[in-house]
Design a binder for this molecule. Structure first.
Ligand SMILES: NC(=O)c1ccc[n+]([C@@H]2O[C@H](COP(=O)([O-])OP(=O)(O)OC[C@H]3O[C@@H](n4cnc5c(N)ncnc54)[C@H](OP(=O)(O)O)[C@@H]3O)[C@@H](O)[C@H]2O)c1
Length: 265
């Protein structure tokens, strides 16, 4: 049995990661976190299909206390099962937002302290705090998600980033909160990759860009995207899982796209 945790699993890409893992990797126990389990109808339906391999837990990633207590509960779950690897093999930080208004700022006039803080809390601070509290579990992972054999690879940490967080790729400006929060997330990934490379058991940490995916987050902008450039969640997650399954310790700290191609910071 291998263990995967998808943080931000109520809908969109996170939900699809859960579906993919459950359907394509039957020996995986998936822990799906979301801030309102009762309102996550599709995730609840998935749980009914996979009652023994999907566990749903409540977690608002902008709340550090909740992250700490969820990590504690997961620890009990990992240690409560004698046949378990007693480690977390994969953690995907998927929750994200464009901006609390649902639309990125087009100019400085739209920038606000509140908008910046909420977006940063969800997109950058939450994933870093997840790493703080779940790092211990990841260092006990089995390297199951990754290219085998990869020397010293324990768990895998995937931070769902976005190409617009690339500073060198920024040709249009705008979307201050989203771009800045994803750039900060990428820095967190890089820092984490350094810290988690020091021990004997190395956690491979990457930032991953899913492409432009047909979800609620991108919906306001679909009319500007060519049909063949707007991925379904199924396609995007399939491609990203191929990337994840092929990681090795040398990849840690990279910013990759859904095709495994490196994106410059
Ligand atoms: N879609 C794209 O084209 C695209 C492109 C590049 C990167 N991404 C990234 O991919 C990730 C997933 O996006 P998506 O397209 O699947 O978006 P989505 O369909 O809008 O889903 C966003 C998810 O984030 C969760 N969330 C937001 N704030 C949260 C919080 N404080 N605590 C816990 N969960 C929270 C939402 O939960 P609720 O249901 O509770 O609101 C929802 O599950 C994001 O990090 C996004 O930046 C997406």
């Amino acid at each position: 049995m291998v263990y995967a945790l998808v943080q931000g699993a109520s809908r969109g890409i996170g939900l699809q990661f859960c579906r993919h893992l459950l359907n394509k990797r039957p020996a995986t126990l998936v822990i799906a976190t979301c801030r309102q389990p009762d309102g996550a109808a599709e995730l609840q339906a998935l749980q009914k299909e996979h009652p023994n391999s999907l566990q749903i837990m409540q977690l608002d990633v902008s709340n550090e206390e909740q992250i700490a207590s969820t990590a504690q509960q997961v620890k009990q779950r990992l240690h409560g099962n004698e046949s378990s690897s007693k480690g977390l093999d994969l953690l995907i930080n998927c929750a994200g937002m464009l901006h609390p208004s649902g639309r990125g700022e087009t100019s400085l006039r739209a920038v606000s302290h509140e908008g910046l803080m909420t977006t940063f809390a969800t997109n950058a601070l939450g994933p870093l705090l997840m790493a703080k509290y779940f790092g211990e579990h990841l260092t006990k992972g089995s390297g199951e998600f990754g290219q085998s054999p990869s020397e010293g690879h324990s768990g895998t940490l995937v931070n769902m980033s976005a190409r617009v967080g690339s500073i060198s790729d920024n040709g249009y400006g705008g979307w201050y909160s989203y771009r800045m929060s994803k750039s900060a997330l990428n820095m967190a990934t890089k820092n984490l990759s350094i810290e988690f490379s020091r021990g004997r058991r190395k956690v491979v940490c990457i930032s991953l860009h899913p492409g432009t995916v047909n979800t609620d987050l991108s919906r306001p902008y679909h009319k500007n995207v060519a049909e063949d450039k707007l991925f379904t969640p199924e396609y995007s997650v399939e491609r990203m899982m191929e990337v994840i399954e092929n990681l090795n310790v040398e990849d840690s700290g990279k910013f990759l796209d859904f095709a495994g191609k490196e994106i410059p910071f």
